[in-house]
Design a protein around this ligand. Structure first.
Ligand code: PLP
Length: 419
């Protein structure tokens, strides 16, 4: 459920008409709803009510805007970060270091040092080589790192291939059969306290069976590690729970179903569970607001050319992602159209032969469920400034990331001395 509703003929974000935001801040722009974010946190927490003291670390990659992170910090969430930049953003938004987990397959020594100096809660390591580097960095600083190994459970999450992370040949995690040896090695290394196990099999998961299979493998491993003399106190079950993008297809499992499955699988593990939800917290809490530049005649269907491009919302071209596309002021008519952006690539197509609200030049259109992996993946292709972001809370709203002026792009390029 979200707080984007048509009231008096106009789509509102909570108490604010999207027409007002478009007029005052321009388009394209992302608009987030605080009430929706807060609701999703509440629903996720309630789903984990049967689990003692869960550590919920929002996956910053899904939406790193400081206002969004500060909203989540206020709600008591921690953060799952995958770079020094995300770590600094989480800290700048007020997320305590102790609630931060540092994931990612390619942490550098500098990023490790940053995490250690900040005093983050846990490093999720993805290889023995990474453990050796972290050991060196930690000992050079005279610090000890709490670490988990992310294991690769060899489970196909059944999602889009580019966001599947738990198959044996994916780049993530330690080969399952070599995990016990990895913990033995980590236990010998100074500056490391290997007390956790982590797993994450992918994103936009619409079936709980693969997650259950992966978590069961974690349970078996915890028992094996304890039998080998290791003290295991945390298990990080990653993120991945899908969100409903298309109202016409069955909804993914609910957070409550997910929580019940987790409670069932992890009964008796005797660890603190860590969760890294991203999409399920912010996905439905954001829309991308764009204006129709023109409707161009096509051979079969008209092309609705909007002022947002694949550089502003990459998911459709990268993952064939489906976003519901709605008129901000629907007139009750529908038509079948192709929705495209202005970028010079055929890949800049948001939807083909889509039945949607009938729109014409100048109308505003909202791409629903754009709060996760939306603005954060935006880029400046075709020399388009980075897309701005706004957040609404009740009757109030504010721009929380300015539109990048083209002058900033030009100034960032430097001419060599010979030109
Ligand atoms: N944790 C890790 C390690 C990830 O790579 C991701 C994203 O794929 C997430 C958490 C968040 O996933 P989602 O946004 O699907 O919940």
């Amino acid at each position: 459920m979200d707080h984007f509703e048509i009231k008096d003929g106009v789509m509102h974000a909570e108490g604010v008409p999207l027409t007002r935001i478009a007029e005052e801040a321009g388009t394209p722009i992302y608009v987030y709803s605080t009430a929706t974010i807060e609701r999703h946190v509440r629903v996720f927490r309630e789903a984990l009510a049967g689990i003692a003291d869960p550590w919920i670390a929002f996956a910053v990659k899904a939406n790193p805007n400081r206002a969004v992170l500060a909203t989540l910090a206020k709600a008591g969430l921690g953060a799952d970060v995958v770079s020094g930049g995300e770590l600094m953003r989480a800290r700048a938004a007020g997320i305590p270091a102790a609630k931060i987990v540092f994931s990612g397959v390619g942490k550098t020594a500098e990023e490790m040092a940053l995490g250690l100096k900040e005093g983050i809660g846990q490093f999720n390591l993805e290889s023995v080589e990474e453990a050796e580097m972290l050991s060196e960095v930690a000992t050079s600083l005279g610090l000890t790192a709490k670490v988990a190994f992310r294991i690769n459970p060899d489970v196909d999450a059944g999602t889009h291939s580019k966001i599947s992370t738990g198959r044996a040949d994916d780049k993530f995690g330690i080969v399952y059969d070599r995990a016990v040896a990895a913990y033995a090695r980590a236990a010998e290394l100074p500056g490391l306290d290997p007390t956790g196990v982590a797993v994450h099999i992918g994103s936009q998961l619409t079936d709980l069976t693969p997650s259950r299979a992966a978590f069961e493998r974690v349970g078996v491993l915890i028992a094996e590690l304890r039998a080998a003399g290791h003290t295991i106190t945390t298990a990080d079950l990653g993120g991945g729970l899908g969100v409903p993008y298309n109202p016409a297809v069955p909804a993914p499992p609910s957070p409550a179903d997910y929580g019940a499955m987790v409670a069932d699988v992890t009964a008796g593990w005797d660890v603190r569970l860590i969760f890294e939800p991203g999409r399920v917290i912010v996905g439905n809490a954001g829309v991308m607001l764009t204006r129709v530049i023109r409707v161009k005649e096509g051979k079969t269907y008209p092309f609705v050319v909007v002022d947002a491009g694949m550089n502003d919302l990459l998911r459709p071209s990268l993952y064939d992602a489906w976003h519901n596309i709605r008129a901000v002021e629907p007139n009750g008519d529908t038509f079948i159209a192709n929705i495209v952006g202005p970028i010079c690539e055929t890949g800049d197509t948001f939807a083909r032969s889509r039945e949607m609200d009938k729109v014409e030049a100048g109308d505003l259109v909202a791409f629903m469920t754009a709060g996760a992996y939306g603005a954060t993946m935006a880029n400046t292709y075709n020399s388009r400034g980075l897309v701005p972001e706004a957040i609404v809370s009740g009757e109030e709203w504010a721009v929380v990331r300015d539109r990048q002026p083209i002058e900033a792009l030009i100034e960032a390029d430097k001419l060599p001395p010979w030109l």
